[in-house]
Ligand binder design. Structure first.
Ligand code: FES
Length: 58
């Protein structure tokens, strides 16, 4: 499923970026391009970061 329609970035690509160390929407944007056009997907990127961090702590 696409998280960022502007750049065509999937949730899996965002998760991969988070696992590679991107912990902010800015860093995910630098890795994948997601969130760098209209910014509407940033909320979803933040939710993915929060979910990944929660999993990492579990
Ligand atoms: Fe991600 Fe527009 S949907 S920048």
């Amino acid at each position: 499923m696409y998280v960022c329609l502007c750049v065509g970035v999937t949730g899996q690509q965002v998760i991969d970026a988070i696992e590679a160390g991107a912990l902010t929407t800015k860093q995910v944007g630098e890795c994948t391009g997601a969130g760098t056009v209209c910014g509407r997907c940033k909320k979803n990127i933040r939710a993915l970061i929060a979910a990944e961090l929660a999993v990492g702590q579990g």
